[in-house]
Design a protein around this ligand. Structure first.
Ligand SMILES: *Cc1c(COP(=O)(O)O)cnc(C)c1O
Length: 474
């Protein structure tokens, strides 16, 4: 066979590829504010038209870029745009993607310290910065993950390995009924039967009832079960509710449980003074899940699991093999593969490190503070719309509301609000989503993109006011 070197692009060819992509990306970013907040009309047909069999020969790059930027990418929720106030936004800093370009092209190995000590240290710096943000001591550590789901999973496995016997089926874990479903998924993946997870009721502000938690633990012990883990919420996905994190710490200590805080949405608000107050006690957790692809505005695929006791994380994840190099014992020289479920993976740390190294943390702090202000502002505006009821006051940057005309039963109110949400979104300047709060259909606003500012929030409120007005007047 003749050798084929066509995969080894020349310097000129590689420059051409990068520049062609750069052109498209710059146009894309510049047009974000004008793009619809969501547009999936015709998405099904598009998806059908994209199914293809394995090509033997290639097509010109320009044709592929046309396909991506003109057809594929526009048919979607515009999760990078300023009008995306749905689920949990973040936006995706484009310069974090430049870090991805560097890490992808240099393709260094970050799973084993000895393979690239500097590369691993840059990633460790990012983790240490996160520890500092949540008030963890200098000897705390952790790993970067693909997101909060995997962080919660690794935390749960760590707690299980530390506190339960090999036959762990007697174990029980505790979450509020507002916890993210990734905790239930983690328990399922870790091998716990359905009945191992206790869903503790919440108070009027959607915070776990610490008294009910203590009772449930007592009942389980009396029945011969082994309570081992409590998961607190530092910002629920539904309403942004923050549990009594100090109170949960007390219960966990008294009962000898592992204390994990799911701060995937809310954790980075600890950078602000107000956030720190709301999140008081988070530093008492044994482990904390953070999602830099939410509150630090990084592109999707960046989560973090922080632990107070790095040794516990290692004991839960470390295995050895003859073909692996010797591992370090020194926490200053982390072998990330020994602390996580992954071995080969991308250099996630660079995309977290580069934007912070470029800007310092100040702009992130100020952006998060601004999101808290915008949410309070939006809540005041919502209150002034006749017929609107606030279903969840903001604790961080989420507010939930509904239109509630007098004289309608709950079912009719739910139907009305489903209609209202659709009408707001049809204007395409903002994209909102809904949830159910105590059986009530609630419209949520979540402000967390670095691109969302007062101008877009005014548009959001204009649209809500106008559509609420068409559906209801006194
Ligand atoms: C988003 C979220 C998760 C899941 O994180 P992924 O990054 O989507 O895997 C878990 N918990 C909370 C509170 C979240 O907001």
């Amino acid at each position: 066979m003749p050798e084929d070197r066509s995969l080894e692009l020349s310097g000129e060819a590689l420059r051409g590829v990068i520049e062609a992509a750069t052109e498209r990306l710059l146009d894309h970013v510049a047009s974000l504010p004008r793009q619809p907040a969501a547009d999936t009309e015709g998405g099904e047909e598009l998806a059908r038209s994209l199914r293809e069999s394995l090509p033997e020969t290639g097509r010109p790059l320009e044709e592929l870029l046309d396909l991506l930027f003109e057809r594929v990418i526009p048919k979607s929720f515009n999760t990078a745009g300023p009008g995306y106030l749905a689920y949990i936004p973040g936006g995706g800093l484009p310069h974090a993607a430049v870090a991805d370009l560097i890490s992808g092209i240099t393709n260094r190995y970050v799973g084993v310290f000895a393979a690239a000590p500097g590369v691993a240290t840059i990633e460790a710096n990012a983790i240490r910065w996160f520890c500092e943000m949540v008030g963890y001591p200098p000897d705390a550590g952790g790993v970067l993950t693909s997101g909060g789901s995997l962080s919660n999973f690794s935390a749960l496995v760590t707690a299980r390995r530390k506190l339960l016997p090999e036959n762990f089926l007697v174990g029980t874990l505790y979450v509020s009924d507002q916890a993210h479903y990734s905790v239930a998924k983690a328990a399922m993946l870790a091998g716990f039967p359905e009945g191992s997870m206790r869903r503790i009721p919440v108070d009027g502000a959607f915070r776990i009832r610490v008294d009910a938690l203590a009772e449930a633990i007592g009942r389980d012990r009396a029945a011969g079960r082994r309570p081992f883990l409590v998961v607190g919420n530092a910002g629920t996905t539904n309403t942004g509710a923050v549990d009594d994190l100090a109170g949960l710490g007390d219960v966990a200590r008294r009962e000898g449980l592992w204390y994990h805080v799911d701060a995937a949405y809310g954790g980075f608000f600890a950078l602000t003074e107000r956030g720190r107050r709301v999140l008081a006690g988070i530093e008492r957790a044994d482990s904390i899940a953070l999602d830099p692809h939410k509150g630090l505005f990084l592109p999707y695929g960046t989560g973090a699991l922080l632990v107070r006791d790095v040794e516990a994380l290692r004991k839960a994840h470390a295995v050895s093999a003859d073909y692996m190099p010797p591992m370090q014992e020194d926490p200053q020289r982390p072998d990330f593969s020994q602390l996580s479920a992954e071995l080969s993976r991308g250099w996630r740390g660079l995309r977290a490190w580069l934007p912070i190294a470029m800007h310092g943390i100040g702009p992130f702090r100020r952006n998060l503070d601004e999101k808290l202000d915008l949410t309070l502002w939006a809540t005041e505006q919502l209150r002034s719309i006749s017929g609107v009821e606030i279903l969840a006051e903001p604790q961080l940057s989420i507010v939930a509301f509904r239109l509630r005309p007098a004289g309608l039963d709950e079912e009719a109110v739910n139907a009305l609000n489903r209609d209202l949400l659709q009408r707001i979104n049809a204007r395409r300047r903002v994209h909102l989503t809904s949830t159910l709060l105590r059986g009530r259909f609630a419209i949520r606003i979540c402000v967390l993109s670095f691109r969302t500012h007062r101008d877009r929030m005014e548009e959001a409120l204009e649209d809500i006011r106008a559509e609420a007005g068409t559906l209801y007047h006194d």
